[in-house]
Design a protein around this ligand. Structure first.
Ligand SMILES: [Zn+2]
Length: 480
């Protein structure tokens, strides 16, 4: 069966007036484009607009010169428009991935090559993010900040296909980094200078990491806020309440990385990860300390980024083996991923089944108490969490956590756009906004897994072919 059908009322005209809004696409980029007409009408389509409101059936969505110009039930198709029959399909806003690195753990290949290294996936990940319906990302910590910045330039200039990128500077890590790809800050002045330098180079956000001290974090926040730039953190040496009091804007991963409930926790010291996890796994969602923590985060307007896919891989026997993910991998990467997955499946004493459930309950409670939840995949851990596919899995896991499908989609679209200060431009399907949208087969409002059935991804009104993007990335994740 043909996934979708279109008819062109006017003759097909590649590029043309689109260029007023969108850069000229290189021949390499055009090879991935399926719809390049400046005027497009998607008819009889279900719309989930990204605002958390119920899906609306049988809409006509009109795009012109890269923007959405109409979303209506009875909209007449403008003359000259290319028509895409959206029967049986749903339009959702392009996903806004808020923990979407460009790197991925390298396979070790030789078992004695033990160092943890995270090479940039500068070829495969931009394609896979876009193919998965992710049209905007925040890189949320970089191991190769210059590569991220140059990828952003190349994508914005139309030279290569990929999502819109908000580039985070290098990790702001203290002494104790587990990879040589992170600079270890020596003091608060170093933190301030590092932030200042990378703002000059184009970074538009920063991420504090596990061994940063309170003095360094305070200096980094001060230097970033002076330029209207936000700071997030995957913290360990600093508890969530301490970070909120210091003025952090966002906390990555949620409760499972908060060490403040660890008995005997020393200030500015990251406790043993295993012990901290075992301790946290004993907590229950009804614990009054959690209610108080959430109240403080909400009062201080600290957002939390949910990254459930990476944690799911730690739960014995949980993350489904996704053939799309295996196809994306370099053979060595696939072998090691499946081996580690088997090792984890054999663990009988893992704290992760309890921790994963607690994290899902925490994210629900956080939103119920008024918190702003963002969504990302975090393509790290031991692997298996891959650009695009992981972002889709995140939305599915939010639904498993108890959010309705349209709420989960709102978390993964509009909430991110608002946090990035881009809510006037993207994050929802509304007239006037950039035409960043995903056409999926089926109805994610009923079955969230339909979010995986991507048929066409519009970025600034240009419709990219997910099949071609995936084909060009397959077999390379882990290497490039
Ligand atoms: Zn991360």
């Amino acid at each position: 069966m043909r996934p979708w059908v279109f008819a062109t009322l006017a003759g097909a005209c590649l590029a043309g007036p689109l260029q007023a809004q969108v850069p000229t696409l290189s021949a390499d980029t055009q090879a991935f484009v399926k719809v390049a007409q400046p005027l497009v009408a998607i008819t009889h389509v279900r719309v989930i607009d990204g605002n958390g409101t119920p899906a609306v059936e049988d809409q006509t969505v009109v795009l012109r010169d890269g923007r959405i110009i109409a979303v209506q039930g009875s909209e007449p198709v403008p003359q000259g428009a290319m028509v895409i029959d959206g029967n049986g399909h749903t339009l959702i806003p392009g996903l806004v991935g808020m923990h979407d690195h460009m790197f991925y753990p390298a396979p070790k290949v030789n078992p004695e090559a033990k160092e943890a290294l995270y090479p940039e996936q500068g070829s495969s990940f931009p394609k896979l993010y876009l193919a998965g319906g992710v049209t905007t990302i925040r890189t949320t910590g970089s191991t190769e900040p210059y590569t991220d910045l140059e990828l952003k330039k190349a994508i914005d200039a139309g030279k290569i296909p990929g999502p819109k990128i908000h580039t985070t500077g290098p990790y702001l890590e203290g002494i104790g980094s587990y990879t040589p790809q992170m600079h270890e800050l020596v003091d608060a002045a170093d933190a301030r200078a590092t932030v200042g330098y990378w703002i000059g180079e184009g970074a538009t956000s920063f991420k504090a990491y596990m061994h940063i001290t309170r003095a360094e974090l305070a200096a980094a926040i001060d230097a970033a806020h002076a330029k209207d730039i936000k700071v997030t953190g995957h913290l360990c040496s600093i508890g969530f309440r301490e970070a909120a009091e210091l003025g952090i804007d966002n906390l990555e991963h949620g409760l499972v990385v908060d060490t403040e409930f660890m008995p005997g926790k020393q200030v500015d010291v990251c406790p043993d990860a295993r012990a901290a996890a075992a301790e946290l796994a004993k907590m229950e969602i009804g614990d009054p300390r959690l209610r108080q923590l959430i109240a403080l985060l909400v009062a201080k307007r600290v957002a939390i980024t949910s990254t459930l896919p990476v944690f799911e891989t730690f739960v014995p026997g949980r993350a489904p083996v996704d053939p799309r993910v295996l196809d994306a991998m370099l053979p060595e990467t696939r072998t090691e991923y499946l081996h580690t997955r088997d090792q984890i499946a054999k663990k009988s004493d893992s704290p992760w089944p309890a921790l994963f459930k607690l994290e899902q309950a925490f994210e629900r409670a956080f939103v119920q108490q008024g918190g702003v939840l963002l969504a990302g995949l975090d393509p790290t851990g031991f692997g298996g969490v891959i650009a695009g596919y992981g972002d889709q899995r995140e939305v599915e896991l939010l639904v498993e956590a108890g959010f309705s499908p349209v709420q989960a989609i709102q978390v993964a679209t509009m909430n991110g756009a608002r946090f990035l200060g881009e809510d006037k431009e993207l994050g929802s399907i509304e007239p006037g906004k950039a035409a960043d949208m995903v056409l999926v087969r089926g109805n994610p409002a009923q079955d969230i897994q339909d979010i995986e059935n991507v048929v066409l991804v519009f970025k600034d009104g240009v419709g990219y072919d997910p099949v071609k993007l995936v084909r060009a990335a397959n077999g390379t994740v882990g290497l490039r």
